[in-house]
Ligand binder design. Sequence first.
Ligand code: IMP
Ligand code: MG
Length: 182
Amino acid sequence: MYEASLIDEVLVSEEEILNKCRELGAVLTKEYEKEPENLLVVGLLRGAVPFMSELVKRIDLPIIYDFMAASSYSGTESLGDIKILLDLHSSIVGKDVLLVEDIVDTGITVLRVKELLYNKGARSVKVVALLDKPERREVDVKADWVGFTIPNKFVVGFGLDYDQLYRNIPYIAVLKPEVYTH
Ligand code: IMP
Ligand code: MG
């Protein structure tokens, strides 16, 4: 496989991820089974796509999902702001939103998107993230459900990119240092 030459270390295998999606799917089924018609699953493009695709198949409820794209940028203020690049298709007033993220790193994206979804009238906003890197946190925010807590290393695969590449690698890995030089 082409990626074999790029990978230094596999942090989470494909099998572990798929098993975790089953586990989280069962938990989320219980969480939302009382009012599934009120649930909207929202994936953050582009990183959440592979995780979301596995996860929604394991939620045993009639669900609707949508996507949004946001980019955080740090301006003159220490806390980054967020720019919406693609918005949701319909109103979320009164909805229970389940936000699906690839990773909670500094936490700024999740904090800002949660604020935004509440401002748009969501009744509840909960977060499920494939990965959590708590050592990097800059703001006080936590995912409600996390697949795997990882050390402070830059990772790719299962949706996570370096310069838009490597999102399609089917596991979570650390790249060889030489990959970053070109
Ligand atoms: P935040 O710092 O928590 O706002 O995370 C913002 C975004 O940075 C995430 O949604 C990811 O797309 C990206 N990101 C954070 N850590 C990594 C990493 O280790 N690899 C690839 N992308 C990352
Ligand atoms: Mg990214």
